[in-house]
Design a protein around this ligand. Structure first.
Ligand code: PEP
Ligand code: MG
Length: 755
C-alpha cells in the first residue's frame, strides 16, 4: 500500500497482538484506531457502532475530538457514515464536504478533513457499524487501501459480535449485533415454538483470521478451489443428476461461478491483505450477502444465492469440515433455521427435540412446508437472510400462526408467548376431553369430521383427534418427498399401512395430483405459462395411463378384503370421470383374472374443484359414488386468483355469496341424488368456515388434524337450523353492506360460539 507503514499485513499482525492483550474493550478499541490511522497514514480513524435503537454511536476515534466519543450519536441514515451503513458498501471521497449526504457535527471537529473512506462493519451480511479514515489533503484512497480497511472491519465485526462492547452501554443503547429482533415472515405451519437456534447448515467458525504465511494461505486457497471445481465436474458428469432437471441447472451455475476469474481474484486479494484463506472466503461471502439483501431482481438474487452456497462449499473444503453434524446432536427445544430444505432432510431430524422451523425460501406449498405441517412443527418462511440473523444457541420464538419471528426476545415478549403456549396447551386439553363425544350439534345434527393426510407421519392423528376417518389422502405427498419415483411396491406398502392404521374407519384415497405447484424433483419439469391451469392431476393421469394404472393397481391390492374409496382430482368433465373410472374397472378385471383378492367394495368418486363441474352436476351425480369438494382450487378458479400468490390469494373472501351459493348448490344436488359429499379444502378447517358450511347444509368435513378440536368444540355448541336461517338470506343478496364474514362473526359472538 502506497505510503502505508508496513501495509495491511503488518496492520493485521499488530491487530492480532492487540486482540490478545488483557485490556478493557474500550482500551482495545482505542488502540485499534491508533494502529489503523498510523498504518494507513490517516489523520483520523473512527469506529461507529450500530445500536439497538438504530442509531450510530462514535465508539472510538483517533484524530477527531476525543470528547465526542460516546457523545456523538447519529440517526442510521444521517451523514456519510449513515450512508455507508444503510448501503452496506464502502464510500471513498476526495472531497467529502461536497457530498450531498455530508453532515457536520461541530463537537467532532471534522470540518478540516477533506478525504473520507468509510467501510461497513459486516457480519453474515448484517451491518454492525462503520469504520472510517479521513485525511486533510484531498486524495482518493486506492483500491488496495479500501480492501485493507474492509479486512480490518472484519476483525472489528467479530469483536462487536462477541458482545464485548455491550458492557460499555446503558440499557437501550447497546450495540445492535446482539439486539432483540422482530422479523415478519409468512405463516407456514400453525403453532408457537420457543426454543434455541440450530443452523441446518452450520456456520464454519473461523478461529484464525490473520495469516502467518501468505504464500501458504494462497496455496491452500488454490488447492481448495481446485478440488471444489473437480467435485462439481464429477457431480455433473458422473453424479446422480437428473438430465435437464432443476438440480442440474443449479450445479451448472455453481460450476460457472467456481471457474469465474473475478470471484477467485477477489478471494486472492483478500488473502493478500493478510487474511487466512477461510477468513478471505468469509469476507467475500459477507459482501455477497449484503448485496443479496439489497438486490430486488429475483434472477440476480438467485445468482447471489448460488454464489453464497458456493462459498459455503469452499469453506468446507478449506476447513475439512462436512456439514450437518447438528442432526445427531440436536439440542432440546431446537428451532431449525435454513435457507431451504428438502422434505427428507426435515424428516431426518429428531422430531421430539425439534420445536420450530424457519426457512428463507419456502412458501405455503413447498414440500418441506407440507411435511412440517404433517409433523405439527410450527414454521415461518420467506425470511431474508434468516441464517445470518441469529447465532446458534440464540433464543428464538416462532409464531407459525402469524409469521412473526422474535430473535433474542426481550423477557416481556418471552413471557407473553410462554403464556400463549400455556393457553394453547390448556385448550388442547379441553379438546382432548371432547375426543370421545359424538360430533352432534345442539339441535341434534350429526356432522362427520374426517382428517386430511398424506404421509405415514399423519397416521397417529387419527387416534389423537378422534376423527371418523381420512376424508382426503393426498397420495402425491409420498411422491413429492421421495428422492425418486416410488415403485409400485412402495405405493402398495404405504396404502396398506394407511388402511391398517385406519382399521374400521373409512379412508378416501385421491389419485396423484401432481403438476401445477406440486412438482416432483426427479421428473422432467415441463415449462408451462399457467401451471395451475396446465397439464396436471387427472389430465396427466389420463394422458399417461401407465402411471395412473400402476397407482390404481397398488390401491386395489392394498384394499383387498376391505372397502376402498378412490377419487380423482381436477376433473373438469364427466367424460374425464368416465375414462378414469374405466381404468379402475380394467385394473379390477386384471387383478381378478390373475387371481388376486379384491376389495369387498370399491367406491369411485370425483373431486369438485373445477367450476365447469357445477354445470354438469346431474350427469356427474348419476355416475359417481360420492363427491368431495376441493374448495382451495374451486375458489381459486371461481375468482381467478392464484392460491399460491400472496399478492392476490387473499383478495376475495371465500365466505362470500358467489362461493357459498356454488357450495350450497353442490350439497343440495348431492342430497337430491342421495350421494354423500364431503368438503376437504382449508375452508372446513377454520371454525368460521365450518360454521358457514354446516349452515348451508354440509354434514361431512375433512380437516387439517389440528383443526378437529376447535371445529368440534364450535359445532357442539351450534344450532344448525338457526345458522341456516341466519345465513340463507345473506347468500341470496347480491350485495351485503356488511360482509358475510362480519355477519357470521357477530352471529358467533351472539351465540357464544368460539371461532
Ligand atoms: C383443494 O383444492 O381444496 C384440495 C383439497 O386439494 P389440494 O389442496 O390438495 O389441491
Ligand atoms: Mg385441489
Amino acid at each position: 500500500m502506497r505510503g502505508a507503514l508496513g501495509g495491511p499485513r503488518v496492520l493485521l499482525r499488530r491487530l492480532r497482538e492487540v486482540m490478545a492483550e488483557p485490556v478493557s474493550a474500550q482500551e482495545r478499541l482505542d488502540k485499534i484506531v491508533v494502529l489503523i490511522a498510523a498504518n494507513m497514514v490517516a489523520e483520523v480513524c473512527s469506529v461507529y457502532v450500530l445500536r439497538v435503537d438504530s442509531t450510530l454511536e462514535l465508539y472510538a476515534t483517533e484524530g477527531l475530538n476525543r470528547d465526542a466519543v460516546h457523545r456523538t450519536v447519529m440517526a442510521a441514515d444521517e451523514g456519510l457514515v449513515g450512508l455507508v451503513a444503510s448501503q452496506a458498501s464502502a464510500i471513498n471521497l476526495s472531497n467529502a464536504q461536497a457530498h450531498p449526504a455530508f453532515s457536520y457535527r461541530p463537537e467532532t471537529g471534522e470540518e478540516i478533513y477533506h478525504s473520507f473512506l468509510g467501510v461497513p462493519i459486516l457480519r453474515a451480511g448484517n451491518t454492525l457499524g462503520v469504520l472510517v479514515v479521513q485525511n486533510r489533503a484531498r486524495r482518493t484512497y486506492s483500491e488496495e487501501e479500501v480492501e485493507a480497511l474492509q479486512t480490518t472491519a472484519m476483525v472489528l465485526a467479530e469483536m462487536i459480535a462477541s458482545g464485548e462492547l455491550s458492557a460499555l452501554a446503558p440499557p437501550g443503547a447497546e450495540p445492535a449485533a446482539r439486539r432483540s429482533l422482530h422479523v415478519k415472515g409468512n405463516a407456514l405451519s400453525d403453532g408457537i415454538a420457543l426454543g434455541h437456534v440450530v443452523l441446518h447448515v452450520p456456520r464454519v467458525v473461523i478461529t484464525n483470521y490473520i495469516a502467518d504465511n501468505i504464500p501458504k494461505e494462497l496455496t491452500h486457497l488454490e488447492a481448495a478451489i481446485e478440488s471444489l471445481r473437480a467435485s462439481l465436474d464429477e457431480l455433473l458428469e458422473h453424479g446422480d443428476v437428473v438430465e435437464g432437471g432443476e438440480h442440474r441447472d443449479v450445479l451448472e451455475a455453481y460450476r460457472m461461478f467456481a471457474y469465474d476469474r473475478g470471484w477467485f481474484h477477489k478471494l486472492e486479494e483478500a488473502v493478500m491483505t493478510g487474511l487466512t484463506a477461510e477468513a478471505a472466503v468469509e469476507r467475500v461471502q459477507s459482501d455477497t450477502r449484503a448485496r443479496m439483501l439489497r438486490q430486488t431482481d429475483p434472477f440476480l438474487r438467485e445468482r447471489l444465492h448460488d454464489l453464497d452456497d458456493l462459498a459455503n462449499r469452499l469453506m468446507r473444503q478449506l476447513t475439512g469440515r462436512n456439514h450437518a453434524p447438528a442432526r445427531e446432536s440436536l439440542p432440546e427445544n431446537a428451532v431449525l433455521i435454513a435457507r431451504s430444505m428438502g422434505p427428507a432432510a426435515l424428516l431426518d431430524y429428531d422430531r421430539k427435540r425439534l420445536r420450530g422451523l424457519v426457512l428463507e425460501e419456502a412458501g405455503p406449498h413447498s414440500h418441506v412446508t407440507i411435511v412440517a405441517r404433517a409433523l405439527g412443527i410450527p414454521a415461518v418462511g420467506g425470511v431474508d437472510n434468516a441464517a445470518g440473523l441469529a447465532d446458534p444457541g440464540d433464543a428464538i420464538i416462532v409464531d407459525g400462526s402469524t409469521g412473526d419471528l422474535h430473535i433474542r426476545p426481550l423477557p416481556d415478549m418471552e413471557a407473553a408467548y410462554a403464556e400463549r403456549v400455556r393457553l394453547r396447551a390448556r385448550r388442547q386439553l379441553q379438546y382432548q376431553a371432547l375426543l370421545d363425544k359424538p360430533c352432534v350439534t345442539k339441535d341434534g345434527e350429526e356432522v362427520e369430521l374426517l382428517i386430511n393426510a398424506g404421509l405415514s407421519v399423519d397416521l397417529p392423528h387419527l387416534a389423537d383427534t378422534g376423527a371418523a376417518g381420512i376424508g382426503l389422502f393426498r397420495t402425491e405427498l409420498q411422491f413429492m418427498v421421495a428422492p425418486n419415483f416410488p415403485r409400485s411396491s412402495e405405493q402398495y406398502a404405504l396404502y396398506r399401512s394407511v388402511l391398517d392404521a385406519a382399521g374400521s374407519k373409512p379412508v378416501t384415497f385421491r389419485t396423484l395430483d401432481i403438476g401445477g405447484d406440486k412438482v416432483l424433483p426427479y421428473m422432467r419439469n415441463i415449462e408451462e405459462e399457467n401451471p395451475a391451469l396446465g397439464w396436471r392431476a387427472i389430465r396427466l393421469g389420463l394422458d399417461r395411463p401407465g402411471l395412473l394404472r400402476t397407482q390404481l393397481r397398488a390401491l386395489l391390492r392394498a384394499g383387498a378384503g376391505r372397502a376402498l374409496k378412490v377419487m380423482f382430482p381436477m376433473v373438469a368433465t364427466v367424460q374425464e370421470f368416465d375414462q378414469a373410472k374405466e381404468l379402475v374397472e380394467r385394473e379390477l378385471t386384471h387383478l381378478r383374472r390373475h387371481g388376486h383378492k379384491l376389495p369387498e367394495e370399491v367406491e369411485v368418486g370425483s373431486m369438485v374443484e373445477v367450476p365447469s363441474l357445477l354445470y354438469q352436476l346431474d350427469e356427474l351425480l348419476e355416475r359417481v359414488d360420492f363427491l368431495s369438494v376441493g374448495s382451495n382450487d374451486l375458489v381459486q378458479f371461481l375468482y381467478a386468483v392464484d392460491r399460491g400468490n400472496p399478492r392476490v390469494s387473499n383478495r376475495f373472501d371465500p365466505l362470500s355469496a358467489p362461493v357459498l351459493r356454488a357450495l350450497r348448490d353442490i350439497v343440495d344436488k348431492c342430497r337430491a341424488y342421495d350421494k354423500p359429499v364431503t368438503l376437504c379444502g382449508e375452508l372446513a378447517s377454520q371454525p368460521i368456515g365450518a360454521l358457514a358450511l354446516v349452515g348451508i347444509g354440509y354434514r361431512s368435513l375433512s380437516l387439517t388434524p389440528s383443526a378437529v378440536g376447535p371445529v368440534k368444540a364450535m359445532l357442539l355448541e351450534l344450532d344448525s337450523r338457526k345458522t341456516a336461517a341466519f345465513l340463507a338470506p345473506q347468500i341470496e343478496k347480491s350485495f351485503c353492506a356488511v360482509p358475510i364474514r362480519a355477519q357470521l362473526e357477530k352471529f358467533a359472538a351472539d351465540n357464544g360460539l368460539q371461532i
